[in-house]
Design a protein around this ligand. Structure first.
Ligand code: ATP
Length: 261
């Protein structure tokens, strides 16, 4: 198996708080790897470092064999790593379709020369982008709201649109940040199906931070458990759920293990 993301001995300190304490983990290519843990375990901090929101205090982060420690998010995006946010970041006054088309515009190499002298090429490119956006809307079952302003979509539809914006960039690895929060069961089921098919059919790798244990159990293998800033254990969800240390970390601290069934 090829390692896509490797976190080696990473720590992050905020003043007196050691949020992540000498952690190491790997996300292998082609997996949907979950990251769970009780509140305050350090998951978001870990995610933010992998996504380039801020640099670790110490340690290194590798993407596809390249040292990307401290690399900002937009450069990681160019290296094929994209993330969704807990709170969707859509352009609310653009339509759903325009939101998707706007993404590729920011990554493509359309030049001023092309815009002035190669109009046919620009039109062709734009048509290709539109077709791709329409196809992604179809996969996400959002075609019926394609001309709706994104600001008017439901919370769940915004999450799907956010995943669509990520898909437009053809990433190698996607970081999903609590996609289940505020999403109804039907839409969540759609979202899970989309993630499964992108993983199965397109080989897309996902790194998922999530409190919804049913979603983690459905999608993720392996699951990495963090507690008190450290990586405690990793494995399939069926084993994780039975692990006494994990149960103690969740229930001992008074935090229920999500919506575990
Ligand atoms: N910007 C910050 N400044 C100071 N302390 C922080 C900051 N961000 C996180 N922390 C602290 O670091 C620790 C880990 O927080 P983090 O948000 O990474 O945990 P988490 O596992 O994502 O928790 P939750 O599931 O509740 O979101 C907590 O004690 C938190 O208070």
């Amino acid at each position: 198996m090829t390692t896509l993301i490797e976190v080696k001995n990473v720590s992050k300190r905020f003043g007196q708080v050691l949020a992540v304490d000498n952690c190491s983990l790997k996300v292998e290519q082609g997996t949907i790897t979950g990251l769970i843990g009780p509140n305050g375990a350090g998951k978001t901090t870990m995610f933010n470092m992998v996504a380039g929101a801020f640099a670790p205090t110490s340690g290194t982060i590798w993407l596809n064999g390249k040292n990307v420690t401290g690399m900002p998010a937009h450069e990681l995006f160019e290296c094929g790593l994209s993330r969704t946010f807990q709170i969707a970041q859509e352009f609310s006054s653009l339509t759903a379709l325009e939101n998707l088309m706007a993404v590729t515009g920011s990554r493509s190499e359309e030049s001023l020369f092309d815009a002035c002298f190669r109009r046919a090429k620009v039109v062709r490119d734009e048509l290709a982008v539109r077709r791709k956006a329409e196809e992604i809307l179809r996969i996400l079952r959002l075609t019926h709201v394609r001309n709706e302003c994104a600001g008017n979509l439901s919370g769940g539809q915004k999450k799907l649109l956010e995943l669509g914006r990520v898909m437009m960039a053809d990433p190698n690895v996607v970081l999903l940040d609590e996609v289940a929060a505020g999403v109804n069961r039907t839409l969540l089921n759609d979202l899970a199906s989309v993630v499964e098919s992108l993983n199965r059919d397109k080989g897309l790798t996902f790194f998922v931070i999530e409190h919804d244990m049913d979603l983690i159990a459905r999608l993720c293998d392996p699951v990495i458990v963090m507690a008190a800033g450290t990586v405690m254990v990793q494995g399939p969800m069926a084993e994780i759920r039975k692990n006494p240390e994990v149960i103690e970390a969740y229930f001992g601290g008074g935090t229920a293990m999500g919506r575990a069934s």
